[in-house]
Unconditional design. Structure first.
Length: 202
């Protein structure tokens, strides 16, 4: 293929992708309760407060469909599991599919003396694997609110990268448009080659 054909093919490829890409469908995220792995129940409120902070952060991005947390909790209970941390990968996949979710967010927190550590994971339902882990730690006083915002921000940023609209756009174009694009480019190049061989102008 000469330089003129290569340039033409590149223009055709870009045009087909830009014009033919279907609308982006938002991914669905389910945020589950965080487990209190401490002996003390003084911070039991964080079981719901941490995921609430995560949901708020995700909702503000307007990039995802979010599973109602009460629904997520009910489906988890119906699965017979004690909590989300007791599920293996297969169990998490089953839960995610039951919720219609593309990703699950879950985690735990541990309080030792005046310190607290929050751990969180993002589970990809399609691959059956954890794709991201985050943690934050600090004092158990007013700093807890900052820690909640910190873990929520980390999770939101990663979910945007892995499951947000831009990630969806790349996957959609790659998976659904490649065959059509290749066929279009191949046919157009063949046509250009025929015209050139006959002495025609492009």
């Amino acid at each position: 293929m000469n330089g003129r054909h290569g340039a033409a093919a590149g223009i055709i490829l870009w045009t087909c992708i830009a014009a033919g890409a279907p609308p982006i469908v938002k991914n669905t995220i389910a945020v589950l309760k965080f487990n209190n792995t401490s002996a003390s129940k003084d911070f039991e409120y964080l079981v719901d407060s941490i995921p609430d902070a995560v949901v708020t952060s995700l909702a503000n991005t307007k990039s995802f469909n979010l599973v109602d947390r009460n629904t997520a909790g009910r489906v988890l209970s119906q699965s017979g599991a004690k909590d989300v941390l007791s599920l293996d990968d297969a169990g998490l996949v089953k839960l995610g599919k039951a919720l219609g979710a593309n990703a699950l967010v879950y985690g735990s927190f541990l309080v030792v003396g005046p310190q607290i550590k929050i751990n969180a994971s993002v589970f990809n339902v399609a691959t059956g694997k954890i794709v991201f882990g985050a943690d934050t730690r600090g004092a158990t006083g007013k700093e807890v609110f900052d820690l909640m915002d910190d873990i929520a921000g980390k999770l939101s940023a990663e979910l945007q990268r892995s499951f947000g609209p831009e990630a969806q756009r790349i996957v959609t174009v790659t998976n659904k448009q490649t065959v059509t694009v290749k066929e279009t480019v191949t046919n157009r190049i063949a046509s250009l080659t025929t015209v050139t061989q006959r002495g025609g102008e492009i």
